[in-house]
Structures are given as C-alpha cells and as structure tokens.
Ligand binder design. Structure first.
Ligand SMILES: Nc1ncnc2c1ncn2[C@@H]1O[C@H](COP(=O)(O)OP(=O)(O)OP(=O)(O)O)[C@@H](O)[C@H]1O
Ligand SMILES: [Mg+2]
Length: 438
C-alpha cells in the first residue's frame, strides 16, 4: 500500500516536473488516492451490511485485513448472541418451572420482570404490570410496611395472604442483587403453617387429656405416702419415687398447656400495673427455699419506682424460670444477682450467676422446646427444657426480647429487654391497683 502510494506520488511528481505543474499534479494524485480509499470504505460498509451486489474490498492487503478482521468479529458476536439467547431461554424455562414467585424490582420498587408463578400466587401479569410500583400491585399493609425502608424490620421475611386467594398464606423476602436491583421471592407456606398448627393442637389435646388422670394418680399417691398404715411401710420408698415422677409428668403437662395457650393466644391477656421489684423479692425468697442447704447468695437490686404494665401471672412465671435456672445450674455457695432497671433503651431485667455457664454452640438453641444442654443433669434436677421456650413467648407477648450471654465455667446473664412504653406510674391506692392498663 505504502509502496503503491509512493509510486503514484513519484509518477505525479515526474509528470508535474515535466509539465511545470508540480503542485497541481501532486494535488490530483492526493485527491485520486483519497477517492479510491473512500470507495473502498463504501464497498466495505455495503459488504458488511450484507448487500449482495457489493464486492468485498480485496483490492489492497490493508482493506483485506480490515474486512477479514471485521468478518471474524461478526462471526464471534453472532455466536455469542446465539449462546446468550439459549441461556435466556433456559433461564425462562427454569423460572417458569419454579413453584415460587420471583419478581425483579428496580431501585424505585417498580416491577421489571416476573415469572409465571407470580401470576398464580401474587396475581401479577408481566404484560400488564411491568413498570408499575409493586406497592400498587400488592397492597396488603403488612407487605407495604415491610417494603418501606423507614420501618424497622423484625425479620427478613414477611407473611401475608395471597391477593389471589385468601386461603393461601405467602412468605416473602427481598434479596438485593446487581446494581441496586432487588428480587422479591414469595412462597406458599399455608401447608407448613397448617401442619405446625396440627402439631400444636395435637400436643395441647394430648396434654389436656392426660392432665385429669395424672392429677387423680398423683392425689392417690400423695394419700398413700402420707398414710400411717403400717402395711404400707414396705412400699413407702417406691411410692415416694412414683409420687415424684408423677409430679414431674404433671409439671411437663402444665408447661405444655401453658405453651399451647401462649402460642395460640390471639388476644393479649389482661394487663395491670405491676410492682416488679416486689415481685422479684418474692421470687428471690422462693429461690432461697429452692437452694435449701446449697447456700446460694441471692441479691436483688431493683428500682421500686419502676412499674410496668403487663400480665403478672405470665411475668412471674418467666422471671421465676430464669431465677430458678440460675439456682439449679449454679453450684453450692454460688452467687446470683437479679437486677431491674430502666434507661433510654427501655426496661431491663438481668439474672446473673457465676455458675457452670453454657458453651457457645448451645446458645442459639436454648429457647427451643425440650432443648437441654445436658439431658441427664437437667432431668436429675427436674428440668424438662420447656422453661426458656415459655420465657421467650411471654416476653414476645409483652413486646420484649430475651438475650443470653454465657461463658463456660464463668457464669451466665439472661437479660429481658422490654420497650420503654410498658412503663407506668406506681399505683398507690388498693382500689386502683387492680385496674387494667393499656
Ligand atoms: N443459668 C443457667 N446456667 C447454665 N445453664 C443454664 C442456665 N439456664 C438454663 N440453662 C441451660 O438451658 C437449658 C434449658 O433451660 P430451660 O429453663 O428451658 O429448661 P430446664 O431448666 O431444663 O427445664 P424447665 O422446663 O423445668 O425450666 C437447661 O437445661 C440448662 O442446660
Ligand atoms: Mg428452667
């Protein structure tokens, strides 16, 4: 190419020199060179755009090279396009087969795309609803509040009935991805919730049916143990064992019934102002009785002016469980502190002990039903593993939460955190003492 240009310019120079029109000849040579290059470019463009009449610009090796390179790129891009469309097809087939609803949301929560399950579960239509804000399409207040970035989320999931069918309960979550996009995933959880309810009903019914016969057996055993009849002297020991075990079974049944009641309670139990410091002093006295000869030191540091609005029976049960646990799982002569105070973060009860402590792997599971760290030891001390589960439910009923900190061999702190709104002014007159609060 360079050689050819040099030859043309040399020829034009020679002709210009011979005709004394050097500048004109050189200009004409430059113009014809430029025209020829433009023609090649035009041919290349037509050829690339698939014009059958266009001839490929093979005239020079440079244009040949450009044409070959461009053709190669086009082939690669066609291959990539085919691969992408195959992937897209596979993705669409996979999302169509998904039993869960998947909806892509833009940064401003407008719907970008949805799969076919979104139509059956959420009533969304890709043709009609794309571009609309999701809160205009799913208007359930629980979902709208969940999506609002200003509301404090208690969990990363939300449950609400399907807008298509009230009988379907959906569990939804939002997963952020890419550049500020979000994926809304919704699953039908009705069957799971129904099974859980069936399981709870079964446990509650069985416990209820067992309570009466067990109460009768325990009553007879008590009479026999207390009897002065010399004929029973030989049976005294086994009778005491039977009485102890039937008492334990009754305790489990009472706990199961209490749990079932707490779980199914739709309405809150009646609330009254509670003098918690007095309640804690009573519990500490019971704990001292439980400790007996073990000589635990139990200290109560409680603000007597700090009253809360709640269900006294439930809170007594929750606080006793924490304090009795501290006695049961702290060796003789151990030290237990019960603290009740309020600050700007809320109202708190902490039960601290210097007992055996709990290894970190057990902590997340402690509030599960029947979960015990050491089954044999707990059974020996009469524990069933239902206590902390009951505590958690009672605290939930009062808008509170249980926090557990523990170190093996050092001790544990169980803290109940209540919202500041539960605080009420101390009630002094006996007449007002029984009156309900919020
Ligand atoms: N203060 C504590 N120190 C060490 N371990 C504890 C303490 N409190 C609870 N635990 C552990 O947590 C487990 C669960 O306690 P939870 O109160 O639920 O059941 P429990 O005391 O065994 O039986 P119950 O249903 O009679 O209360 C206990 O078995 C014990 O292993
Ligand atoms: Mg307990």
């Amino acid at each position: 190419m360079c050689q050819r240009l040099a030859l043309i310019f040399a020829g034009a120079g020679l002709l210009g020199w011979m005709t004394s029109q050097l500048m004109l000849c050189l200009l004409l040579a430059a113009l014809s060179g430029l025209t020829w290059q433009l023609w090649q470019l035009y041919q290349l463009d037509r050829w690339l755009n698939g014009d059958p009449a266009a001839t490929p610009p093979w005239a020079s090796p440079v244009w040949q090279e450009i044409a070959a390179h461009t053709a190669r790129l086009r082939r690669q891009s066609r291959k990539r396009k085919r691969k992408l469309s195959r992937l897209l097809q596979q993705f669409q087939q996979a999302t169509a087969a998904l039993p869960d609803a998947a909806v892509v949301l833009a940064e401003d929560d407008r719907m970008v795309w949805c799969n076919s399950a979104s139509q059956t579960l959420l009533g969304l239509s890709p043709g009609r609803d794309v571009g609309l804000p999701i809160t205009h399409l799913l208007r359930h207040p629980v979902f709208v509040a969940f999506l609002n970035p200003r509301t404090l989320r208690e969990s990363d999931r939300v449950e609400f009935p399907s807008p298509v069918d009230d009988g379907l309960l959906l569990g939804a979550r939002i997963v952020p991805y890419g550049k500020k996009q979000r994926l809304l995933l919704a699953t039908d959880i009705s069957r799971m919730r129904r099974l859980e309810q069936m399981q709870r009903d079964f446990v509650a019914n069985v416990s209820h049916e067992l309570r009466t016969p067990l109460t009768v057996i325990t009553g007879y055993l008590e009479t026999l143990v207390d009897s002065e009849d010399v004929a029973l002297e030989h049976w005294r020991q086994p009778l005491r064992g039977m009485q102890q075990q039937s008492g334990r079974m009754l305790h489990i049944i009472e706990d199961l019934l209490l749990l079932a009641r707490l779980e199914s309670q739709k309405e809150r139990s009646p609330r009254r102002p509670i003098a918690v410091s007095k309640l804690l002093i009573d519990i500490a006295d019971d704990a001292l009785a439980l400790s007996g000869d073990l000589g635990h030191r139990i200290e109560v540091i409680a603000d007597p002016e700090l009253w809360i609005c709640g269900c006294e029976k439930e809170l007594r049960s929750a606080f006793s469980n924490l304090v009795f646990n501290a006695v049961r799982y702290t060796p003789a002569e151990g030290w237990i502190e019960i603290r009740w105070w309020g600050d700007e973060g809320g109202i708190h009860l902490a039960v601290k002990d210097n007992g055996e402590g709990i290894a970190p792997q057990h902590l997340p599971r402690l509030t599960e039903r029947f979960y015990r760290v050491n089954r044999d030891r707990s059974r020996g001390s009469g524990g069933t593993g239902l206590g902390l589960s009951i505590v958690k439910h009672i605290l939930n009923h009062h808008g509170g939460q249980l926090q557990i900190d523990s170190e093996l061999g050092v001790g544990s702190v169980f803290t109940c955190d209540f919202p500041p709104e539960l605080r009420v002014e101390p009630v002094l007159t006996a007449a007002r003492h029984g009156s309900a609060c919020r």
